[in-house]
Structure formats: structure tokens, C-alpha cells
Ligand binder design. Structure first.
Ligand code: HEM
Length: 531
């Protein structure tokens, strides 16, 4: 862009009439003569500040992104001697955010045993991808309820983002799947990809799409929990066909476990799979509820009952064309998540679609498959959720420094600093536990993780969603009316306070998590320990 002309404040002051009106914000000069009639805050306020520098007043009422969107059309030049854009650059959410507690400590300049340059490259490239490729559709789709398009899924697939959200376990496959350019697009070689890269992938989705939580889930909540069981438990003929299709974004998958009468109590599920007389098929009957991405999924990894009790649960790989019917469920967030009631009415499934441990189909192994899978699900929910919490804290911090009340910025009030401390303390400690768990996941083989990490991951999820409840509560009190206003400065907080409970319910309720965290420790010598 050519250098902009410079003006002195005296020159700016000469433009304060109705038909020639300039203002200064953050060292830039804007011509608002025509814009004032379209200004959402009315022409009156602009007239008050005509010919003046109103940076402080501007940032008390607008997000910096308002200038990104409108500024280019209105800009006339810069103020001589001013550092134009200095206030905006600190608010640029697409690079590392300088706002305290808004990024994990490594990115705030701390030492860390977990991360290296490759993690930073990956985070920044992915942040730009989410902003440029996903966010425009997400912000619109959150309101319209439109499902993510096939093109968007393919963009996530070819960039390697879908593979990144399944993680290290899928990396050896990438060399065999043409068209997935993880290194070229997101800057990391499949061979160096670890669980911290995957954690970052979930975090960047939570952060970059904080304003579109429903659409964000539409972009992969079902996929993130639906594909791992195929990888680990589907017979080879299904795994080798489905993993490439889904990772490229050509097909979509979801996990169908919960039912109208069985949520966290998985063993209470009623959907049956009965073998046909010739032993070649299962006939599946039942209903699955709250199935994220179910409305547009091609494949349903489905828990069914082949016998009684826990050992009577099996997993079947079912495709939509076998006769699956789906109906949309209206939830608090956007319909773009594709949350479905899945109706299985005499659905005929080949017995070869039975899943099981060691990728060998076996009846009665469904419960074990589900439990193994839960660890990854709960962990990824936490990574994404804590990033949305940080986004809220960042907005609260910025708001507290921008917003003037009783003659000084909010942050000068001790009561506001207490609120920020409570939020930051809760999220930082949960995040430290997340990093420790991620490290264990990176070092332990899948089977060992399944045995050792169930309790700690449940504790992590419990701790994180409790932290989220605190963040939602304090953030709403800080933002006041703006926390219940869909657009403007409180937009993130408004979405967060409406949707933070999802994380406390999906993948196992908060209460079940707390219970599991302790119950898993009630074994062996621990139960003999005396005071
Ligand atoms: C480059 C100049 C400006 C642009 C592009 C601009 C743009 C906007 C936009 C897009 C909104 C709607 C944001 C929302 O949804 O909350 C808004 C609202 C508003 N603006 Fe501006 N504005 C400018 C300058 C100013 C100035 C100088 C003032 C006065 C100090 C002002 C006062 C307001 C007020 C009072 C509102 C309503 C805020 C609310 O509903 O909470 N604006 N402006």
C-alpha cells in the first residue's frame, strides 16, 4: 500500500462541519462525512468528536476489528509524528496476543519442556488458516444455521487440519493419502507431529471460532470422536477405505452412542442389533440422540446392544445409505453443528462391519471401545474449551483497560482485578494439568493411556469445566449489558455464557467426571493406606 499522507492536528481540526468531517483514532485520520449516516452508534456522537482525536472514546465502545472492517474505506491519512495503529496492533487476535493470560504461558515468554519452534510455526499458520478460511463461513453460519459446506471440509482435509485433530496416530497414514499437504500448509512434517501439535489444533479452533461455537462443532466435533474408533477398532477393509476419505474431507463421520434414555450411563442404552438367521447381517433398531454432525454425516460409528449388561454392548460401523434417518434437534447454539436424532429402524448392517479391539470384529467389546475412545474425546474437549476460556479472559482484560467508569479504567478498581485473578488462576491451573496429561499421552502407548489416564483426564475435564463456569460468571458481571448483546464488544462473552455448559455435559457430565476421577483411584494398595 502506498504511504498515506500526513496531517497535523490543526489540519484535522479544520474538518468539523456536517459536510466535511474528520476524526482521529489511533494515529489514523478518518473521513466520516458520509459514514456518519450509516454509523450504528448514530451521527450525533461523531459530530461531538469531529476534528478531534477520540481514540480513547473509540476503544471504550468498539472492538479493534471494527477498524479492520471499516477503516480501510474511511482512512484519509495519518497524524504527523503519531505511531499509527499502535493500539490496534496489541489487539490483533491473529498473532500472539499480548493480553495477559490470553495464550498458554510458553507463548507469553515462559520456558517450557513441552514446546519448540515447530509448535509455534504450527500455531501461527493454523491461526491464519482459521481466520482466513473458516471464520468467514463460521460467523455467518452460526446465525443462519447452515451446515459447513463440502468445500470447507475439503479445505480442512487438504490442509491437514482434519488429520491434525486426530493426531499422531494418523500421521503414518498421510504418506499413503494423496492430497493432504500438512507440511506445505501448516508447516509441520507428519513425522514430527506430536500430541502438543494436536492440542494446539484444538486450541486454535476454540480460540479462532469463539464467536461461532455451534459452527465450530459443525466443523468436527463428530469427526474428532467418530474417526478414532475406526482407526483403532474397525476391521482393516473399513479402516483402509474410510480413514483416507474422511481425512481428506470427502466424507463425514460421527459417533452415535447417547440415547434418549441413556446419556452418561452408557450401559443403559437400548438400541439392539440382532443377527439375521443366515448370520450375514445385523438388524439394528433404536434411537440415538444429541449426535453432533449427525445431520450431515455419511458414517455413524454406533453403539448397539447384542446381549445384556455391559458385556452385551458392541460397536457397528453403519453408513447412511443402509437406511439411517436423521432429524435435527434444536439446541441453544447454532443448528450448523448438525445435532441430530438418529433413527435406526430395521437398518441392515453386514456382520463384517462389527468393530472390536485390535481391529478385529467381536461382539461384546463395545464398552471397552467406548471407554478407550472417551479419553481422547474428553481431552480434546478440554483443549478447545480452555482456549475459549482464554479468549474470554483476554476480552475481559482488554475491556477492563479500555472501559472508563467513575473517571478511571475499570481495571483500576480492585474488585475487577479480583475477578480477573479468579478467572486466570482457574484457567492457568487447568491448562497446566492439560499440558501434563498431553505429555503422558505423547509418551504412553495407546493401551497404557487407556488404562492409566481415564481418571486423570476425567479430573482434567471436571476441573476445566468448573473453571469455565467461573469464567462465564465473572465475565458476564464485568461486561454487564454487553454480555447479553450478540454483537459488539461483548460478542465472545455472550456466546460463551450461552454455551459453556456444553463442555460440562458432552463426553460425560461434570458429576460423572468427578466421580470417575476418584473411583479410578480406588484400587489396590491405595485402598489399604492408613492415616
Ligand atoms: C472510524 C470511525 C468509526 C467507525 C468505523 C465506527 C463503527 C461502529 C460500528 C461498526 C458500531 C457497531 C458495533 C457494535 O455492534 O457494537 C459502532 C457503534 C457505536 N459507535 Fe462507532 N464507529 C466509529 C467512530 C465512533 C466514535 C468516534 C464514537 C464516539 C466516541 C462512536 C460511538 C459509537 C457508539 C456509541 C456506538 C454504539 C455502541 C453500543 O451499542 O454499545 N463511534 N460504531
Amino acid at each position: 500500500m502506498a504511504a498515506l499522507p500526513e496531517f497535523t492536528m490543526e489540519q484535522v481540526a479544520a474538518h468539523q462541519s456536517d459536510d466535511d468531517m474528520w476524526i482521529v483514532v489511533d494515529g489514523n485520520v478518518y473521513d466520516v462525512t458520509k459514514f456518519k449516516r450509516a454509523h450504528p452508534g448514530g451521527a450525533g456522537v461523531l459530530k461531538i468528536y469531529a476534528g478531534k482525536d477520540c481514540s480513547q472514546e473509540f476503544f471504550a465502545m468498539h472492538k479493534a476489528e471494527v477498524l479492520e472492517k471499516w477503516g480501510r474505506k474511511l482512512i484519509k491519512g495519518t497524524v504527523a509524528g503519531a505511531q499509527a495503529g499502535a493500539m490496534q496492533s496489541t489487539a490483533n487476535a491473529h498473532h500472539i496476543d499480548v493480553t495477559p493470560y490470553s495464550e498458554p504461558s510458553f507463548w507469553m515468554g515462559w520456558q517450557s519442556p513441552y514446546y519448540n519452534e515447530s509448535h509455534t510455526t504450527f500455531r501461527l499458520k493454523l491461526r491464519a488458516f482459521v481466520r482466513d478460511v473458516l471464520r468467514p463461513d463460521a460467523v455467518e453460519g452460526e446465525d443462519t444455521g447452515d451446515y459447513p459446506t463440502a468445500e470447507l471440509y475439503r479445505a480442512m482435509g487438504t490442509s491437514g487440519l482434519l488429520a491434525a485433530r486426530i493426531g499422531k496416530a494418523v500421521m503414518p497414514f498421510l504418506g499413503m493419502i494423496p492430497g493432504i499437504e500438512l507440511e506445505a500448509t501448516l508447516g509441520v512434517k507428519p513425522s514430527e507431529f506430536d500430541h502438543f501439535h494436536e492440542q494446539i489444533a484444538h486450541e486454535e479452533m476454540g480460540r479462532g471460532l469463539g464467536q461461532a461455537p455451534g459452527f465450530n462443532d459443525g466443523l468436527g466435533a463428530g469427526f474428532c470422536i467418530g474417526l478414532p474408533p475406526v482407526l483403532h477398532f474397525a476391521p482393516a477393509h473399513i479402516r483402509d477405505k474410510v480413514v483416507p476419505e474422511v481425512l481428506r474431507g470427502d466424507k463425514r463421520i460421527c459417533l452415535a452412542i447417547s440415547e434418549p434414555a441413556a446419556g452418561s450411563d452408557v450401559a443403559g442404552m437400548l438400541t439392539t442389533a440382532t443377527k439375521t438367521a443366515d448370520g450375514k447381517h445385523y438388524i439394528v433398531n433404536g434411537v440415538k440422540k444429541w449426535i453432533t454432525n449427525g445431520m450431515f454425516a455419511d458414517y455413524f460409528v454406533t453403539a448397539v446392544r447384542t446381549g445384556s449388561g455391559r458385556n452385551g454392548i458392541s460397536m457397528l460401523f453403519i453408513s447412511r445409505d443402509m437406511g439411517v434417518e436423521t432429524k435435527a434437534i434444536k439446541t441453544t447454539y447454532s443448528g450448523s453443528a448438525g445435532t441430530a436424532l438418529v433413527i435406526l429402524d430395521d437398518v441392515k448392517v453386514p456382520v463384517e462391519n462389527l468393530m472390536g479391539l485390535g481391529n478385529r470384529g467381536k461382539e461384546g467389546q463395545g464398552f471397552a471401545c467406548i471407554m478407550y475412545n472417551f479419553n481422547h474425546e474428553r481431552w480434546f474437549i478440554v483443549a478447545q474449551f480452555l482456549a475459549s476460556c482464554r479468549l474470554c479472559i483476554a476480552d475481559c482484560f482488554k475491556w477492563a483497560t479500555q472501559r472508563m467508569a467513575f473517571g478511571k479504567p475499570l481495571i483500576e478498581q480492585p474488585v475487577l482485578r479480583q475477578k480477573l485473578a479468579r478467572m486466570a488462576g482457574a484457567v492457568e491451573s487447568a491448562h497446566a494439568l492439560l499440558e501434563s496429561v498431553t505429555y503422558q499421552m505423547d509418551k504412553m502407548p495407546y493401551k497404557e493411556q487407556s488404562l492409566k489416564l481415564g481418571g486423570p483426564i476425567a479430573l482434567l475435564k471436571y476441573q476445566s469445566t468448573r473453571a469455565g463456569a467461573l469464567v462465564a460468571d465473572e465475565a458476564v458481571q464485568m461486561f454487564g449489558g454487553r454480555a447479553i448483546t450478540k454483537t459488539g464488544m461483548g460478542a465472545h462473552v455472550e456466546r460463551f455464557q450461552k454455551t459453556y455448559k456444553y463442555a460440562a455435559i458432552l463426553g460425560g457430565s461434570e458429576e460423572v467426571m468427578a466421580d470417575l476421577a476418584i473411583r479410578q483411584q480406588m484400587v489396590g494398595p491405595a485402598m489399604q493406606a492408613k492415616l
